[in-house]
Design a protein around this ligand. Structure first.
Ligand SMILES: *Cc1c(COP(=O)(O)O)cnc(C)c1O
Length: 528
């Protein structure tokens, strides 16, 4: 076994590659673990309940003869077995607390622990949405204060706090736009034809989906070679029937749409509204106020920009800021302060509000975390977080620009985008490159998105990575890029990438089959 100068083993690789298998299936500290259905039994439990007395009801009794007569069949484990089961599973996963997560804020960035502490305060965590208003004044004040921060940071006059995700915020904004257009038609008459929404190719996929959901048709605008809205194409598409535009800024290529003010003027010029997807506001906070750009509606993803854990599908929160032209159409409920008391306005009747989007007032836990993030950073800290996020992405892009191939020249925002030009002729593809990153201890970056870039690799380091961590990541990416290029001189070279990952608990899975034919029910293997 070879060792490095610090006495650490340098190449366990050879063992793994030659098919060295342990007796147990464990790999050192990585324990093989079966499904809970395979290791638990219905008769075991971690708690000691007294036997139930008088639970039997006669046929036709209180349960109407519906009592369970057989075992429920849920697997039980003792407390230590339960702990071990879930700890072993958690160790098979990659975590933001383990290392760089190049998917960035869109999936998970560092969540300061102070946010979690605040969200668990009983006055926030245990309130019920139907509690008398007088007993939840602090919670309402928090929503109001957060709304105030959001309005100040965006330079917008109003915000709807209830949308529960980015896409839900888009729905809120487009419903407000639809309500404003309908009101204009009811008042001024004319042709009721404002149904076409322009959506640049560089917009997020949820944008066209939202517009269609609100009864609009989509007209796509191509991107230029430098990854931005093609202004000539945009101008050619303008017309009386344009209801508005849905633009993502920074766009999905991680670039600032530099013609944004002209775009706003052009859309307003044909009587349309400007929806801006603000999910990537973390590249702008403290530097740019969307209200100064002529935007009419924009959602924020509290769960991206202002941290809050959300990987794996939730929870989210998508407050949507609205311009003066749209504010009156905002959904209920909203918080107002009257004579020192906070009230919830819940009734939309007799107002221009388009109605209600959610059962209650929004995602309280996310509100607490976001305000905690804002207050602990302060205005100067929020600005610095933005600057660090953009600096880190540009550091990655610049450091890798010779070994990999940046998709566009120039400065990026919070994400560095590469195409697969540097892999041409090597036999290695974006997917293989990403799988090799797993063996190096990194979660892969976003792959094959945005679609406008061939073999895309989109890296968002976020503001919270130190230079030392970024340098380690960059060294790995450079090393892999060099190895891929040398693969073209060496006919077995690409095999290294095609075989990856070899150190993951599971290797290459048939992801398409898993998505198309998911196995949703465990059955005991009859052959076992
Ligand atoms: C994440 C994201 C969305 C959607 O947000 P959800 O909270 O996942 O619904 C929309 N647009 C952009 C640019 C995003 O990054």
């Amino acid at each position: 076994m070879s060792m490095n100068s610090k006495g650490r083993q340098t190449s366990p690789d050879a063992l793994a590659v030659s098919g060295h298998k342990t007796v147990s299936g464990n790999r050192g500290l990585a324990q093989a673990e079966k499904l809970i259905f395979e290791i638990g039994t219905p008769r075991r439990t971690g708690v000691d309940f007294p036997a139930l007395k008088g639970a039997k009801s006669r046929l036709g009794g209180r349960l109407g003869g519906m009592e369970r007569t057989e075992e429920i069949g849920l697997p039980g484990l003792s407390e230590p077995e339960t702990m071990r089961h879930y700890v072993r599973l958690s160790q098979k996963n990659y975590a933001i607390d383990l290392g760089v997560y190049p998917l960035g804020s869109c999936t998970m960035k560092h969540n300061p622990r102070i946010n979690e502490k605040m969200a668990r305060l009983p006055g926030f965590a245990d309130v019920h949405p139907l509690q008398p208003r007088g007993t939840v004044q602090g919670a309402l004040e928090l929503i109001d204060e957060l709304a105030d921060w959001i309005c100040k940071l965006t330079g917008m006059p109003a915000v709807a706090m209830s949308p529960k995700a980015g896409a839900h915020g888009e729905l809120c904004g487009m419903m407000a736009i639809r309500a404003a257009l309908d009101a204009r038609f009811a008042k001024e008459g004319g042709a009721d034809n404002k149904r076409r929404v322009l959506v640049p190719e560089s917009a997020h996929g949820t944008n066209p989906a939202t517009a269609v959901q609100c009864g609009f048709t989509i007209d796509s605008i191509p991107a230029t070679d430098d990854g931005r809205v093609d202004m000539d194409a945009l101008k050619a598409k303008l017309g009386d029937d344009v209801a508005g535009i849905m633009l993502t800024n920074p766009n999905t290529c991680g670039l600032f749409e530099r013609d944004i003010i002209e775009i706003a003027d052009l859309i307003h010029g044909v009587g349309g509204y400007f929806y801006c997807d603000g999910a990537n506001f973390n590249a702008l906070v403290g530097r740019v106020r969307p209200g100064d750009l002529g935007i009419d509606a924009m959602h924020l993803n509290l769960h991206k920009t202002f941290s809050t854990p959300h990987g794996g599908g939730g929870p989210g929160s998508g407050p949507t800021v609205l311009s003066a032209a749209l504010a009156a159409y905002a959904p209920v409920p909203y918080v107002v302060r009257e004579q020192g008391k906070y009230k919830l306005i819940e009734d939309a009747h007799g107002t221009d509000s388009f109605g209600r989007m959610t059962a209650f007032h929004g995602q309280m836990g996310m509100f607490v975390r976001a305000l905690s993030y804002m207050l602990s950073h302060g205005a100067d800290g929020l600005k610095q977080a933005t600057e660090d996020a953009v600096l880190n992405a540009n550091y990655v892009q610049a450091s890798l620009s010779e070994d990999m191939s940046p998709a566009f020249g120039g400065i990026c925002m919070h994400e560095a985008l590469f195409n697969d030009d540097f892999l041409k002729g090597t036999g290695v593809e974006t997917l293989d490159f990403a799988k090799a990153m797993i063996d190096e201890g990194y979660h892969p970056m976003t792959m094959y998105f945005p679609l406008v870039v061939h073999g895309a690799m989109l890296i968002e380091p976020t503001e919270s990575e130190s230079k030392a961590e970024l340098d380690r990541f960059i060294d790995v990416m450079k090393g892999l890029a060099k190895r891929a290029k040398s693969a073209s001189d060496n006919k077995d070279g690409a095999d290294f990438f095609k075989a990856a990952p070899i150190y993951a608990p599971l290797r290459r899975l048939d992801e398409t089959r898993a998505a198309r034919k998911p196995v949703l029910r465990w059955r005991e293997d009859p052959s076992a």
